[in-house]
Design a protein around this ligand. Structure first.
Ligand code: HEM
Ligand SMILES: *[C@@H]1O[C@H](CO)[C@@H](O)[C@H](O)[C@H]1NC(C)=O
Ligand SMILES: *[C@@H]1O[C@H](CO)[C@@H](O)[C@H](O)[C@H]1NC(C)=O
Ligand SMILES: *[C@@H]1O[C@H](CO)[C@@H](O)[C@H](O)[C@H]1NC(C)=O
Ligand SMILES: CC(=O)N[C@H]1CO[C@H](CO)[C@@H](O)[C@@H]1O
Length: 325
């Protein structure tokens, strides 16, 4: 075959591969092996959230970190071993709350307790389902979850470097790191609204509230509240609600806060400060159904990032925290 023919063939194969990858996740992936999967996971997540509402934010953030490092493959759940420091022990794991991990462990145990389902469902898919269920339990929109992800075969601390956005990022940096994950700027703005629930430690925003140089994009009275709550600046033991107005509700209050100069991180407030994203923030602050529609689309896209569907790339872990041996 000539060079041109090769190139055409390569292009056709690449297209076929891309199409196949996108098409391989499907809602009813486990219909035959575990028909009640959705309700089993939902019940387990509801039980966990009833025990501690902290599990809501913790689970949602865990899913985000999983997908942005090596794809949505539950690699973030693996623990470090004698030979290997895992993703979760990277310094920027910064406080991935233990209740997120436990939500997945509990849901996995509930799935495996049903003989038909035992060891049939990946931890990556259980995390994707649990995230949706946590959002719904907090009053957010429901959406169908695509399934069929395999669990990854490795997890290394070094693979986290540069993959997660720090709270100091500006709009261009945020847009670029989401684009690297096939997510649009609109997806990025919508997904940032996950900060409508959950907690943040003082050190993640302390640079914005230095008495000598308070970030001018921050509302003055909110800045004073934050200074009072984080007097020493970076006390690692203090965490505040990211959305103090409706901290437990998954709603569009996040965008209302941004319009009022009450975004907690630089990366939150910049979505309003920057002319290019402000119209979207204003729109979603005024229309929660428009926000919910964009959020559902963005979560679906997030759930497709780097997924592994070929048996050479992954498997179904028996214990989410350990590789099968
Ligand atoms: C846009 C860039 C993002 C940045 C810079 C960012 C940064 C952060 C930081 C610094 C924290 C506080 C961690 C702590 O101090 O404990 C946090 C918490 C959180 N983030 Fe993000 N995040 C981003 C996007 C996302 C996305 C896309 C999601 C999910 C869709 C998400 C969900 C959460 C949740 C739910 C919490 C609260 C966690 C808890 O209560 O345990 N974040 N984020
Ligand atoms: C560590 O590596 C050694 C040699 O490569 C191997 O024999 C051992 O099983 C590994 N231990 C763990 C806990 O992975
Ligand atoms: C929100 O936008 C939709 C169209 O996307 C419109 O049908 C609806 O009336 C709007 N709701 C509010 C409260 O403005
Ligand atoms: C982004 O999409 C392209 C084309 O579908 C795909 O080849 C690539 O693996 C995707 N990247 C991620 C991080 O999912
Ligand atoms: C929850 C968790 O795994 N936290 C770890 C994050 O990383 C630091 C530093 O590497 C560890 O000390 C934490 O235990």
């Amino acid at each position: 075959m000539g060079g041109a023919g090769m190139r055409v063939l390569a292009a056709v194969l690449a297209l076929a591969a891309a199409t196949r990858c996108a098409a391989q996740l499907k809602q009813d992936y486990y219909a035959a092996v575990c028909p009640n999967l959705e309700s089993i996971v939902q019940d387990a997540v509801a039980k966990k959230v009833q025990e501690t509402a902290i599990a809501v934010g913790a689970t949602i953030r865990l899913f985000f970190h999983d997908c942005f490092v090596e794809g949505c493959d539950a690699s973030v759940i693996l623990v470090s071993t004698g030979n290997n420091t895992a993703e979760k022990d990277h310094p920027s794991n910064l406080s991935l709350a233990g209740d997120g991990f436990d939500t997945v462990i509990q849901a996995k145990a509930a799935v495996d307790a049903v003989p038909q389902c035992a060891n049939q469902v990946s931890c990556a898919d259980i995390l994707a389902l649990a995230t949706r269920d946590a959002i719904v339990l907090a009053g957010g929109p429901t959406y169908p979850v695509e399934l069929g992800r395999l669990d990854g075969l490795s997890s290394t601390s070094t693979s986290v470097d540069g993959k997660l956005p720090p709270p100091s990022f500006n709009l261009d940096q945020l847009t670029a790191i989401f684009a690297a994950n096939n997510l649009s700027q609109t997806d990025m703005i919508a997904l940032s609204a996950a900060h409508t629930v959950g907690f943040a430690h003082c050190g993640t925003f302390s640079s914005r509230i230095q008495p000598a140089a308070v970030d001018p994009t921050l509302d003055a009275s909110y800045a004073a509240e934050l200074q009072a709550a984080c007097p020493a600046g970076v006390d690692p033991n203090i965490a505040l609600e990211i959305d103090p107005i409706t901290p437990h509700a998954f709603d569009n209050q996040y965008f209302i806060n941004l319009v009022q100069g009450r975004g907690l991180f630089t990366s939150d407030q910049v979505l309003f400060s920057d002319d290019r994203s402000r119209p979207t923030v204003v729109q979603w602050s005024q229309n929660s159904s428009d926000f919910e529609q964009a959020f559902v689309a963005a979560m679906t896209n997030l759930g497709r990032v780097g997924v592994k569907t070929d048996p050479s790339q992954g498997n179904i872990r028996r214990d989410c925290a350990f590789l099968n041996n």
